[in-house]
Design a protein around this ligand. Sequence first.
Ligand code: TRP
Ligand code: ZN
Length: 884
Amino acid sequence: MDIVTSPTTPDGNPEMADAAPDPKDPPLIRREDYTPFPWLVPEVSLDFSLGIDKTRVKSALTVQRNARANRSDVLRLNGDGLTVAEVLVDGEAVNNWSMDGGDLMVPLREDSHLVEVTTEIDPAANSQLMGLYASNGMLCTQCEAEGFRRITFFPDRPDVLSTYTVRMKGSKEDFPVLLSNGNRTASGEGEDGTHWAEWHDPWPKPSYLFALVAGKLVANTDTFTTMSGRKVDLAIWVREEDLPRTDHAMESLKRSMKWDEEAFGREYDLDVFNIVAVSDFNMGAMENKSLNIFNTKYVLADEETATDGDYDAIEGVIGHEYFHNWSGNRITCRDWFQLSLKEGFTVLRDQLFSAAMGSEPVKRIEDVRVLRSVQFPEDSGPLAHPIRPDSYQEISNFYTATVYNKGAEVIRMMRTMAGEERFRAGTDLYFERHDGEAATCEDFVTAIEDGAGLDLSEFRRWYEQAGTPKVSAKLEHAGGTATLQLEQSVPATPGQPDKRPMPIPLRVALFDRTSGKHRGEQLLTLTEARQTFDFPGFDETPVLSINRGFSAPVSIEREVADDDLVFLAAHDDDPFARYEAMQDLVVGHLRGLLSGSVDGARRDSGRAAIGEAFRAVITDRELDDLMRGELLTLPGETYLAEQMLVADPAAIRAEREGLKAWLGQTLEGELVAMHQRAVTAPGGMSLEAKGARKLKTQALVYLAAGNPERAEAMAAEQYDAATTMTDRQGALMVLTSLQGPQRTHKLLDFYKRFKDNALVVDKWFALQASSLHPKVLEQVKALADHPDFTLKNPNRVRSLYMPFTGTAQGFHAASGEGYRMIADLILALDPLNPQTAARFVPSLGRWRRIEPGRSALMKAELERIARAPKLSRDTYEQVTRSLG
Ligand code: TRP
Ligand code: ZN
């Protein structure tokens, strides 16, 4: 089949069953074109005869005309790469069906029918990991967004809700465990060593929430009793050798269930909840009804093999998928443009959950750091889109930080404006009003409006407009009154040249310089392009603390003296604002140096201010160590690059490392003392213990820049003494960026210790691929030939190449070799796993914001990819948009 030259036949031709649409011209799907599906499918029965390389699927759909849609006498069942074995209508074989591209078209005359279709698929050949596929000998599914159509013909869209009955049979030896959604209603033995099971899910759901798992698995089991007294059987299914590492996931699940009852009044609605861990998975996890499927990375943990960050991520993702049971499953999306309805809201819910389980301020800082380093670049680049996109060619490309993380920020703003209690009234109304429906973002906003008593008419623009708003703030003082002048602008983004002002809720406080206190925080909502706010009763100019708690996802521009930032870093009672003052101090300093507007003397005075602030943070006895660790974190290179119209990655790296080295030298004594104190702190999983571990590695990071020999010895010692992966990985990260003999020793030791644990081997790849070592490019090239490297496992691919795209000396090597490596990767991976391949395109897509020499090289690589004879829809869309 030549997918380049064969056009799709609109009238449908059975011989064209395999023909994919011309990938050079995938149709643009538009939000405004939504129409309801002409048919309802109240019930689905699926019958699977399972085999690793041959699975037969018989489906039976009850279909009825949808009175709320335009009439059609043909039923379109989506298919992707499927061939038809047999079609029955009301029990009779028919041959009046046809194909339209991959879709099956079945003419129907009456108001209701039973449609049965038999197909055959090859899970072992499924390298895309969408649909039914094999992983380590087990069979599992991934259907969101459009994977169900790779299993059987179906109206594969989220607004068609059905109750599912699933029957599966297969070899008892190969597939001792057979799972699907809902409750197991029957099971038994078959002939020739087979067995079977039947599952029924009473909750109507769209096809993307279907799941099936068959394999050799064992379970960690437990129970949870819900607030109304329903006992739920919980199970986390893994390969036998992984069972000892499932306790944290189970605890996280129980905490999630409890928290959702308390924080949102949401109770679980079935008698079973299953989680399965799979090592080949395109993303983090999937919220299939009562059968969540997880990347092993977000399930398995013990202290020896998982870091504190891994523990937190597991808790967050377990929570996220569980919370989808209400925000996503009970209320789903009308169409994929509404993705943020479930994802933005669920991310907010998992953020609030993690904050409640750990340190609220630290969680907030971490979330903002992710937003700034991943979403801000999206918003300022060629792939910018609103949290509710207007069009797509491939929906997989819109599972983005914008839809997820900015989506969460937008809902968080509603919560800030309403206050916690009224926001809860809004979400209560939303859940009540739309339970059982496929809803829209507009439905959500209206429910919050009605339930919380807010007017969100202008606020809806946050769903429409892409781009990170800029807010400039200027504080003036005259005649005893402080006046705050605020101005907003939303930058132009692709397809949106002109923007309108948006309501921006800003938590603000004005500090009295002499008392060091403020008179109460205020919530100002900037609704116009330009607005002023008066604050009477100030004898001298106060110090402005603005966007406290990061109340709005905007970038604040203001002229502020270093002294004021040092003041806020030490005195602000909002922890986020303290962090922000430290960041601003460093960003201002580095930006000055990078733009060449700062001479040697200003460099010294800038460093002195930063050094003082660091010293104050290191010695502040009132700070907890987790927060101390945040305050001692320098802004990342991508965030710094964002601050510049065009960035020179090498210069950013050099200035940032220069500052690190200066801090390491100037504060050597303090950092060594901090490290020593942290070494003596007790272990365990308390916030104190986690804080101490964070500081140990943090100290080493600065010392490595300032005094490499001393840091090498200390890191080697930390590595050898380590009883946790946090300490061991932290030490190894520092050593990997140095060039002493311990680098090789410890990398070898680490590999030998953990070579049988895929998730830890991923860390081993990632540490080397993210290092500051000047030869990182050669090292990554060599690692690609390592026997443990494979393009077939997304975790492994990501662990080697994602960190590499952040290396100034590797990815951004002036020769262009780093860009070429990533383009080669995309081309090699695209035929195997287009979803994962397309995720690497944005790194090259930043070309317009990079200095001219490198920019041209990046663009040339994108053009080379675009010229490839065959490209997936995923990669094609990302590359053409990046060039456009
Ligand atoms: N809905 C899933 C989540 O939030 C993510 C998801 C979407 C996904 N598409 C996927 C996971 C494809 C794996 C593969 O959390
Ligand atoms: Zn999600």
